[in-house]
Structures are given as structure tokens and as C-alpha cells.
Design a protein. Structure first.
Length: 146
């Protein structure tokens, strides 16, 4: 359900003309690569990096994270907790797709990111019936994934 909703919103943004068509293919390729390597491998690599740190480096890292966490407003902390629980429930394929989307976002130029943010704001500001029409049009115009 969450994946479908996220895809639907991205399609709607694309329908507003803000999402470039070419990076979608790159995101699909990134997702395929992530699936090929698997989330277990990525987790294992993170564990190995963490284990390679000296005890003092680990303490410093934890202290920095603790300080950063405490500086967040309670609403943001709650939002992050909910997101953590939500993502833990995802299957390997969904996690790989999420990671591919994150990488795709990071690869965008700052101007492109801002254009997408603005399209997202415009979409959210539409009346519900008009927003639904945009979403339906985006779904109808988007080819099914291979």
C-alpha cells in the first residue's frame, strides 16, 4: 500500500511536468543492482565498517548521534521512530526500491530537486477532486514496469 501510494504521488508529480523521464530508467537499473547485491550484503558491509572502528571511535560516533537526536524537536523524533518501524516491516524488494529512490534523489541536481519540491507543493495544494484527476491521468499515461 505504501509503495503504491509513493509511486502514485511520483506519477502525479511527473504528470505536472516536473519529473524528468530519463532518470526513471536509471532508478530501475539501480533497484536491479541493489536487488542483485541484496540488503544483507549492505548490512554486512555496514557491520564490518562498524567493527573496524576502535572502541573510542565507536563511543564518539554514538555520542554525536545521541547529541543530534536530543537536539531534534519531539515531533521530528516521533516522525523518525514511525518511519523506522515502517521501514523495518518492508520486504527486501521494497527496501531495495526505497534505496534506489534515495540514490536517484541524491543524484539529482539541486535545481531539479527544487523543481520537484515545488511540483509536490502544487500537487498537495490542489483540491482533492482535481488532485485525484491528476493522479489518475498520471497512472493512465505511465507505462507498466517491465
Amino acid at each position: 500500500m505504501m509503495r503504491r501510494l509513493a509511486c502514485t504521488w511520483l506519477l502525479a508529480i511527473a504528470a505536472l511536468g516536473a519529473l524528468p523521464a530519463a532518470p526513471a530508467r536509471a532508478a530501475d537499473e539501480s533497484a536491479a543492482q541493489a536487488e542483485a547485491h541484496g540488503p544483507q550484503r549492505a548490512r554486512q558491509e555496514r557491520r564490518e565498517r562498524w567493527r573496524s572502528l576502535a572502541p573510542e571511535q565507536r563511543r564518539e560516533a554514538r555520542a554525536a548521534l545521541r547529541e543530534r537526536w536530543r537536539s531534534l524537536p519531539p515531533e521530528r523524533q516521533q516522525q523518525l521512530r514511525e518511519r523506522f518501524v515502517e521501514r523495518r516491516s518492508l520486504g527486501p524488494e521494497q527496501r531495495a526500491r526505497l534505496q534506489a529512490n534515495r540514490e536517484r534523489w541524491r543524484s539529482l541536481a539541486p535545481a531539479e530537486r527544487e523543481r520537484l519540491r515545488e511540483a509536490w507543493r502544487r500537487l498537495r495544494e490542489l483540491p482533492p477532486d482535481q488532485r485525484q484527476r491528476v493522479l489518475e491521468r498520471a497512472l493512465a499515461e505511465t507505462p507498466a514496469p517491465e
